[in-house]
Design a protein around this ligand. Structure first.
Ligand SMILES: NC(=O)c1ccc[n+]([C@@H]2O[C@H](COP(=O)([O-])OP(=O)(O)OC[C@H]3O[C@@H](n4cnc5c(N)ncnc54)[C@H](OP(=O)(O)O)[C@@H]3O)[C@@H](O)[C@H]2O)c1
Length: 243
């Protein structure tokens, strides 16, 4: 039997476990997918050996920290600077990034034009994957961070004019995630219009407060579920090559 899984610090219920368990059954592949909570990324090499993993996904907070523990990176993972999908081939770990595939699908769903300017809220692993995709699409973007050492501007510097100028706004922060579903990133929502497109990477809840405030002002919106599904399918295609 082959073993796959998800590695993170706190993993409640998991979409990926259900997705891959159903996929292995449907394809009649003798494999399982389990959740592995680790306190520190240094536990990874021993976990891979003990559980005889053939592949795994990576989530908060390890997508960037994992890089130094891997034998190889794909060009894309190196360029993004974050890994969410690892294959173990002949004992060597190869890091890749499939979040980018999910981000591309979501931007295509929103029908994003190349001449749109984007604001990215947050500067973590998912923000890096978003920046990679926006560079690929030649979309100009500004990173909003709580600290200017990590982004271009802070939330305090965000004016209604800046919101009006940036028609694509992407939330890559965990603000608004269950159980804090009544929270939303601090931006001047009154400046949103029906020309705006809002993408929230959060998938729980399906409609976040950020998305609700966009809908109230008739913006086009998408939550994180399409991205979640698409990155899982992309991980499946990577692992299938080595089965
Ligand atoms: N739909 C999907 O498939 C998918 C895939 C990946 C991630 N996600 C979601 O995306 C979110 C971020 O994931 P990640 O892996 O990038 O996490 P991460 O590496 O921890 O980065 C999150 C970033 O958000 C900002 N942030 C954190 N706490 C904040 C707060 N209280 N207020 C304002 N900003 C805050 C920080 O940026 P600054 O320090 O610069 O402010 C931080 O770097 C999570 O909600 C995750 O579930 C969804």
């Amino acid at each position: 039997m082959r073993h796959y899984g998800l590695i993170g610090r706190k993993l409640g219920h998991s979409f990926s476990a259900k997705f891959f368990t159903a996929k292995f059954q449907a394809e009649q592949i003798d494999a399982d997918y389990r959740l592995f909570e680790i306190e520190e990324i240094a536990e990874l090499p021993e976990l891979i050996r003990r559980e005889e993993l053939s592949g795994f996904n990576v989530t908060i907070p390890y997508k960037e920290q994992i890089i130094e523990y891997l034998d190889e990176l794909t060009d894309k993972a190196r360029e993004v600077g974050a890994v969410n999908c690892v294959s173990v081939v002949d004992g060597r770990t190869i890091g890749d990034n499939t979040d980018t595939t999910g981000i591309e699908a979501s931007l295509e769903w929103l029908d994003t034009d190349a001449d749109t300017k984007a604001l990215i809220l947050g500067s973590g692993g998912a923000s890096k994957a978003v920046r990679y995709v926006l560079r690929k699409y030649d979309i100009k973007h500004t990173v909003v961070s709580r600290d200017t050492s990590r982004g271009d501007i802070t939330y305090e510097q965000l004016t209604p004019e800046i919101i009006a100028e940036h028609k694509l706004i992407i939330n890559t922060t965990p603000v608004g995630m269950f159980p804090n579903s009544d929270e939303a990133p601090t931006i001047p929502y009154d400046a949103l219009s029906e020309q705006h497109r809002l993408f929230d990477l959060i998938y729980n809840p399906a409609t976040t407060e950020f998305i609700s405030r966009g809908k109230e002002r008739k913006a086009q919106t998408i939550g994180g579920m399409l991205m979640l599904q698409t990155q899982a399918i992309a991980s499946w295609h990577i692992w299938k090559k080595f089965m």
